[in-house]
Design a protein around this ligand. Sequence first.
Ligand SMILES: Nc1ncnc2c1ncn2[C@@H]1O[C@H](COP(=O)(O)OP(=O)(O)OP(=O)(O)O)[C@@H](O)[C@H]1O
Ligand SMILES: [Mg+2]
Length: 290
Amino acid sequence: MPGKDLESEIRHGHHGGNVMTVAQPCIEPAAHREPERHLWCISDLTVSYGEVIALSSVSLNIKENSVTAVIGPSGCGKSSLLCCLNRLTDFIPGCCVSGRILMHSKDILGGQIDDTRLRKQVGLIFQKPNPFPLSIRRNFELPLREHGIRDRQEIEHIMQSTLEATGLWKEVKDRLNKPAHQLSGGQQQRLCIARALSLRPDALLMDEPCSALDPISSGQVEELVLSLRERYTIVIVTHNLSQARRLGTDVALFWLRDGKGTLVESGPASQVFEAPRDDLTKLYLRGAIA
Ligand SMILES: Nc1ncnc2c1ncn2[C@@H]1O[C@H](COP(=O)(O)OP(=O)(O)OP(=O)(O)O)[C@@H](O)[C@H]1O
Ligand SMILES: [Mg+2]
Protein backbone atom coordinates (compact mmCIF):
# COMPACT_ATOMS: atom_id res chain seq x y z
CA MET A 1 0.00 0.00 0.00
CA PRO A 2 1.28 3.48 -0.73
CA GLY A 3 1.84 5.79 2.19
CA LYS A 4 -0.69 8.53 2.60
CA ASP A 5 1.81 11.06 1.26
CA LEU A 6 2.48 9.08 -1.88
CA GLU A 7 -1.23 8.55 -2.44
CA SER A 8 -1.93 12.19 -1.83
CA GLU A 9 0.88 13.18 -4.21
CA ILE A 10 -0.52 10.88 -6.84
CA ARG A 11 -3.99 12.29 -6.47
CA HIS A 12 -3.36 15.95 -6.00
CA GLY A 13 0.24 16.62 -6.84
CA HIS A 14 2.22 16.80 -10.03
CA HIS A 15 1.36 13.20 -10.89
CA GLY A 16 -2.01 14.23 -12.18
CA GLY A 17 -5.61 14.84 -11.39
CA ASN A 18 -8.71 12.74 -11.26
CA VAL A 19 -7.97 9.03 -11.17
CA MET A 20 -11.46 7.74 -11.84
CA THR A 21 -12.12 6.51 -15.33
CA VAL A 22 -15.66 7.05 -16.47
CA ALA A 23 -17.42 4.10 -18.05
CA GLN A 24 -18.78 4.64 -21.54
CA PRO A 25 -22.55 4.57 -21.74
CA CYS A 26 -24.18 1.29 -22.68
CA ILE A 27 -24.91 0.90 -26.36
CA GLU A 28 -28.53 -0.13 -26.63
CA PRO A 29 -30.83 -1.46 -27.93
CA ALA A 30 -29.35 -4.80 -28.92
CA ALA A 31 -30.25 -4.47 -32.60
CA HIS A 32 -28.17 -1.31 -32.87
CA ARG A 33 -25.23 -2.39 -30.74
CA GLU A 34 -21.79 -1.96 -32.15
CA PRO A 35 -19.56 -5.04 -32.49
CA GLU A 36 -17.99 -4.44 -29.08
CA ARG A 37 -20.86 -5.17 -26.75
CA HIS A 38 -21.04 -5.02 -23.01
CA LEU A 39 -22.58 -7.78 -20.94
CA TRP A 40 -22.61 -5.67 -17.80
CA CYS A 41 -22.93 -1.93 -17.48
CA ILE A 42 -22.21 -0.93 -13.92
CA SER A 43 -22.91 2.59 -12.75
CA ASP A 44 -22.38 4.23 -9.40
CA LEU A 45 -22.10 0.90 -7.59
CA THR A 46 -21.52 1.21 -3.86
CA VAL A 47 -21.21 -1.82 -1.59
CA SER A 48 -20.97 -1.58 2.17
CA TYR A 49 -20.86 -3.95 5.11
CA GLY A 50 -21.95 -1.79 8.02
CA GLU A 51 -19.30 0.91 8.34
CA VAL A 52 -16.99 -0.65 5.74
CA ILE A 53 -17.32 0.77 2.24
CA ALA A 54 -16.03 -2.12 0.11
CA LEU A 55 -16.75 -0.33 -3.18
CA SER A 56 -17.47 3.33 -3.64
CA SER A 57 -19.35 4.64 -6.65
CA VAL A 58 -17.85 2.30 -9.23
CA SER A 59 -18.77 2.72 -12.89
CA LEU A 60 -17.45 0.11 -15.28
CA ASN A 61 -18.58 -1.65 -18.42
CA ILE A 62 -17.63 -5.28 -18.94
CA LYS A 63 -17.27 -6.49 -22.50
CA GLU A 64 -19.03 -9.55 -23.77
CA ASN A 65 -16.96 -12.57 -24.79
CA SER A 66 -13.76 -11.32 -23.31
CA VAL A 67 -11.73 -11.73 -20.14
CA THR A 68 -11.71 -8.81 -17.75
CA ALA A 69 -8.92 -9.15 -15.20
CA VAL A 70 -9.69 -7.43 -11.93
CA ILE A 71 -6.56 -6.49 -10.02
CA GLY A 72 -5.63 -4.50 -6.95
CA PRO A 73 -4.42 -4.97 -3.40
CA SER A 74 -6.19 -6.96 -0.72
CA GLY A 75 -9.40 -5.45 0.61
CA CYS A 76 -10.10 -3.11 -2.32
CA GLY A 77 -13.43 -4.79 -3.10
CA LYS A 78 -12.63 -7.20 -5.94
CA SER A 79 -14.58 -10.13 -4.47
CA SER A 80 -17.41 -7.81 -3.51
CA LEU A 81 -17.67 -6.74 -7.15
CA LEU A 82 -17.99 -10.37 -8.30
CA CYS A 83 -20.62 -11.04 -5.63
CA CYS A 84 -22.70 -8.14 -6.97
CA LEU A 85 -22.60 -9.46 -10.53
CA ASN A 86 -24.62 -12.53 -9.62
CA ARG A 87 -26.26 -11.03 -6.54
CA LEU A 88 -24.62 -13.32 -4.06
CA THR A 89 -24.61 -10.18 -1.94
CA ASP A 90 -28.28 -11.02 -1.21
CA PHE A 91 -26.99 -13.78 1.08
CA ILE A 92 -24.46 -11.68 3.00
CA PRO A 93 -25.97 -10.36 6.22
CA GLY A 94 -25.49 -6.62 6.60
CA CYS A 95 -24.35 -6.14 3.00
CA CYS A 96 -25.88 -3.08 1.38
CA VAL A 97 -25.67 -2.50 -2.39
CA SER A 98 -26.70 0.62 -4.28
CA GLY A 99 -26.26 1.86 -7.84
CA ARG A 100 -27.17 0.11 -11.06
CA ILE A 101 -25.97 -3.02 -12.82
CA LEU A 102 -27.47 -3.72 -16.21
CA MET A 103 -26.94 -7.20 -17.60
CA HIS A 104 -28.16 -7.60 -21.16
CA SER A 105 -29.77 -4.23 -20.41
CA LYS A 106 -31.81 -5.71 -17.52
CA ASP A 107 -31.40 -4.13 -14.12
CA ILE A 108 -30.19 -6.99 -11.93
CA LEU A 109 -30.17 -5.02 -8.68
CA GLY A 110 -33.70 -3.88 -9.40
CA GLY A 111 -34.75 -7.54 -9.72
CA GLN A 112 -35.45 -7.52 -13.48
CA ILE A 113 -33.78 -10.93 -13.73
CA ASP A 114 -35.00 -13.82 -11.62
CA ASP A 115 -32.28 -14.86 -9.08
CA THR A 116 -32.21 -18.52 -10.10
CA ARG A 117 -31.88 -17.60 -13.74
CA LEU A 118 -29.18 -15.08 -12.95
CA ARG A 119 -27.08 -17.64 -11.07
CA LYS A 120 -27.47 -20.10 -13.93
CA GLN A 121 -26.35 -17.44 -16.40
CA VAL A 122 -23.43 -16.39 -14.26
CA GLY A 123 -21.23 -19.14 -12.82
CA LEU A 124 -18.94 -18.43 -9.89
CA ILE A 125 -15.59 -20.13 -9.38
CA PHE A 126 -13.84 -19.66 -6.04
CA GLN A 127 -10.22 -19.67 -4.98
CA LYS A 128 -10.67 -23.00 -3.23
CA PRO A 129 -12.34 -25.58 -5.50
CA ASN A 130 -15.75 -26.44 -4.09
CA PRO A 131 -17.09 -29.64 -5.66
CA PHE A 132 -20.08 -31.08 -3.83
CA PRO A 133 -19.07 -33.92 -1.49
CA LEU A 134 -20.62 -36.36 -3.95
CA SER A 135 -19.52 -38.36 -6.97
CA ILE A 136 -18.23 -36.62 -10.08
CA ARG A 137 -21.43 -37.62 -11.89
CA ARG A 138 -23.69 -36.26 -9.13
CA ASN A 139 -21.84 -32.94 -9.31
CA PHE A 140 -23.44 -32.54 -12.75
CA GLU A 141 -26.75 -34.26 -12.12
CA LEU A 142 -27.69 -32.16 -9.14
CA PRO A 143 -27.47 -28.65 -10.66
CA LEU A 144 -28.84 -29.82 -14.03
CA ARG A 145 -31.88 -31.37 -12.35
CA GLU A 146 -32.29 -28.25 -10.25
CA HIS A 147 -32.53 -26.31 -13.51
CA GLY A 148 -35.09 -28.66 -15.01
CA ILE A 149 -32.94 -31.08 -17.04
CA ARG A 150 -34.02 -34.55 -15.97
CA ASP A 151 -33.36 -36.76 -18.99
CA ARG A 152 -30.56 -39.15 -18.04
CA GLN A 153 -29.08 -39.30 -21.55
CA GLU A 154 -29.11 -35.56 -21.88
CA ILE A 155 -27.38 -35.19 -18.51
CA GLU A 156 -24.71 -37.72 -19.57
CA HIS A 157 -24.20 -35.89 -22.84
CA ILE A 158 -23.83 -32.48 -21.19
CA MET A 159 -21.50 -33.92 -18.55
CA GLN A 160 -19.24 -35.53 -21.14
CA SER A 161 -19.12 -32.53 -23.44
CA THR A 162 -18.27 -30.08 -20.65
CA LEU A 163 -15.67 -32.45 -19.20
CA GLU A 164 -14.17 -32.68 -22.68
CA ALA A 165 -14.22 -28.91 -23.02
CA THR A 166 -12.28 -28.58 -19.78
CA GLY A 167 -9.79 -31.28 -20.75
CA LEU A 168 -10.90 -33.53 -17.90
CA TRP A 169 -12.83 -36.25 -19.67
CA LYS A 170 -9.89 -38.58 -20.29
CA GLU A 171 -8.76 -38.15 -16.70
CA VAL A 172 -12.12 -38.94 -15.08
CA LYS A 173 -14.19 -41.01 -17.51
CA ASP A 174 -13.42 -44.23 -15.64
CA ARG A 175 -14.16 -42.83 -12.20
CA LEU A 176 -17.37 -40.87 -12.67
CA ASN A 177 -18.98 -42.57 -9.69
CA LYS A 178 -16.03 -41.88 -7.40
CA PRO A 179 -16.09 -38.95 -4.96
CA ALA A 180 -15.12 -35.67 -6.60
CA HIS A 181 -13.00 -34.90 -3.54
CA GLN A 182 -10.60 -37.68 -4.57
CA LEU A 183 -9.48 -35.57 -7.53
CA SER A 184 -6.39 -33.36 -7.27
CA GLY A 185 -6.90 -29.67 -6.50
CA GLY A 186 -6.36 -28.70 -10.14
CA GLN A 187 -8.77 -31.38 -11.36
CA GLN A 188 -11.34 -30.24 -8.79
CA GLN A 189 -11.04 -26.68 -10.04
CA ARG A 190 -11.54 -27.78 -13.66
CA LEU A 191 -14.48 -29.92 -12.51
CA CYS A 192 -16.06 -26.84 -10.91
CA ILE A 193 -15.55 -24.91 -14.15
CA ALA A 194 -17.10 -27.82 -16.12
CA ARG A 195 -20.02 -27.92 -13.68
CA ALA A 196 -20.61 -24.19 -14.16
CA LEU A 197 -20.37 -24.58 -17.95
CA SER A 198 -22.86 -27.45 -17.92
CA LEU A 199 -25.60 -24.91 -17.15
CA ARG A 200 -24.73 -23.05 -20.36
CA PRO A 201 -23.96 -19.75 -18.67
CA ASP A 202 -23.21 -16.48 -20.41
CA ALA A 203 -20.49 -15.61 -17.98
CA LEU A 204 -18.02 -16.99 -15.47
CA LEU A 205 -16.81 -15.07 -12.45
CA MET A 206 -13.51 -16.43 -11.18
CA ASP A 207 -12.16 -15.29 -7.83
CA GLU A 208 -8.42 -16.07 -7.76
CA PRO A 209 -9.09 -19.48 -9.32
CA CYS A 210 -5.42 -20.46 -9.51
CA SER A 211 -4.06 -19.15 -6.26
CA ALA A 212 -4.50 -22.45 -4.43
CA LEU A 213 -3.05 -24.49 -7.31
CA ASP A 214 0.43 -25.70 -8.22
CA PRO A 215 2.03 -24.10 -11.30
CA ILE A 216 1.08 -26.96 -13.65
CA SER A 217 -2.57 -27.03 -12.57
CA SER A 218 -2.60 -23.26 -12.67
CA GLY A 219 -1.31 -23.37 -16.25
CA GLN A 220 -4.08 -25.82 -17.19
CA VAL A 221 -6.74 -23.52 -15.76
CA GLU A 222 -5.18 -20.57 -17.61
CA GLU A 223 -5.26 -22.52 -20.89
CA LEU A 224 -8.87 -23.36 -20.20
CA VAL A 225 -9.73 -19.71 -19.62
CA LEU A 226 -8.01 -18.79 -22.89
CA SER A 227 -9.96 -21.48 -24.74
CA LEU A 228 -13.23 -20.12 -23.32
CA ARG A 229 -12.68 -16.43 -23.71
CA GLU A 230 -14.26 -15.95 -27.08
CA ARG A 231 -17.45 -17.75 -26.11
CA TYR A 232 -17.99 -16.56 -22.56
CA THR A 233 -17.69 -13.35 -20.67
CA ILE A 234 -15.15 -14.00 -17.96
CA VAL A 235 -14.27 -11.78 -15.04
CA ILE A 236 -11.22 -13.03 -13.22
CA VAL A 237 -9.79 -11.63 -10.01
CA THR A 238 -6.09 -12.20 -9.67
CA HIS A 239 -3.16 -10.95 -7.62
CA ASN A 240 -0.83 -12.30 -10.29
CA LEU A 241 -0.13 -9.45 -12.70
CA SER A 242 1.55 -11.75 -15.24
CA GLN A 243 -1.59 -13.86 -15.23
CA ALA A 244 -3.74 -10.75 -15.69
CA ARG A 245 -1.55 -9.85 -18.68
CA ARG A 246 -1.70 -13.35 -20.18
CA LEU A 247 -5.45 -13.79 -19.78
CA GLY A 248 -6.99 -10.36 -19.75
CA THR A 249 -8.39 -8.74 -22.84
CA ASP A 250 -9.38 -5.95 -20.47
CA VAL A 251 -8.15 -4.93 -17.05
CA ALA A 252 -9.68 -3.03 -14.15
CA LEU A 253 -7.47 -1.82 -11.31
CA PHE A 254 -9.08 -1.16 -7.93
CA TRP A 255 -7.51 0.54 -4.96
CA LEU A 256 -8.33 1.25 -1.35
CA ARG A 257 -8.59 4.98 -1.09
CA ASP A 258 -9.56 6.75 2.12
CA GLY A 259 -10.63 3.31 3.31
CA LYS A 260 -12.99 2.79 0.37
CA GLY A 261 -12.62 0.43 -2.59
CA THR A 262 -12.36 2.54 -5.74
CA LEU A 263 -11.89 1.90 -9.43
CA VAL A 264 -8.65 3.55 -10.52
CA GLU A 265 -8.41 2.65 -14.19
CA SER A 266 -9.92 0.25 -16.67
CA GLY A 267 -9.48 -0.45 -20.35
CA PRO A 268 -8.03 -2.87 -22.89
CA ALA A 269 -5.18 -4.88 -21.32
CA SER A 270 -2.66 -3.64 -23.88
CA GLN A 271 -3.47 -0.03 -23.06
CA VAL A 272 -3.53 -0.47 -19.26
CA PHE A 273 -0.30 -2.48 -19.21
CA GLU A 274 1.64 -0.64 -21.88
CA ALA A 275 0.33 2.89 -21.59
CA PRO A 276 -1.43 3.28 -18.24
CA ARG A 277 -3.15 6.61 -17.88
CA ASP A 278 -3.09 6.80 -14.13
CA ASP A 279 0.05 7.28 -12.05
CA LEU A 280 -1.16 4.83 -9.43
CA THR A 281 -1.55 2.19 -12.16
CA LYS A 282 1.96 2.94 -13.44
CA LEU A 283 3.45 2.48 -9.98
CA TYR A 284 1.43 -0.65 -9.20
CA LEU A 285 2.24 -2.37 -12.48
CA ARG A 286 5.90 -1.47 -12.09
CA GLY A 287 5.88 -3.17 -8.69
CA ALA A 288 6.73 0.10 -6.96
CA ILE A 289 3.77 -0.27 -4.61
CA ALA A 290 1.83 -3.30 -3.49
N1 LIG B 1 -19.10 -10.49 4.64
C1 LIG B 1 -18.44 -9.40 5.00
N2 LIG B 1 -18.72 -8.76 6.15
C2 LIG B 1 -18.07 -7.64 6.53
N3 LIG B 1 -17.09 -7.06 5.80
C3 LIG B 1 -16.76 -7.65 4.64
C4 LIG B 1 -17.40 -8.84 4.18
N4 LIG B 1 -16.85 -9.19 2.98
C5 LIG B 1 -15.91 -8.27 2.73
N5 LIG B 1 -15.86 -7.34 3.70
C6 LIG B 1 -14.97 -6.18 3.75
O1 LIG B 1 -15.11 -5.45 2.54
C7 LIG B 1 -13.84 -5.01 2.10
C8 LIG B 1 -13.58 -5.53 0.70
O2 LIG B 1 -13.49 -6.95 0.77
P1 LIG B 1 -13.31 -7.86 -0.51
O3 LIG B 1 -13.31 -9.27 -0.03
O4 LIG B 1 -14.30 -7.49 -1.52
O5 LIG B 1 -11.84 -7.43 -0.98
P2 LIG B 1 -10.85 -8.12 -2.01
O6 LIG B 1 -10.32 -7.05 -2.89
O7 LIG B 1 -11.51 -9.28 -2.65
O8 LIG B 1 -9.66 -8.62 -1.06
P3 LIG B 1 -8.68 -9.89 -1.24
O9 LIG B 1 -7.73 -9.55 -2.34
O10 LIG B 1 -7.98 -9.99 0.10
O11 LIG B 1 -9.53 -11.09 -1.52
C9 LIG B 1 -12.82 -5.48 3.14
O12 LIG B 1 -12.59 -4.44 4.05
C10 LIG B 1 -13.52 -6.63 3.81
O13 LIG B 1 -13.09 -6.78 5.14
MG1 LIG C 1 -11.17 -11.33 -2.62
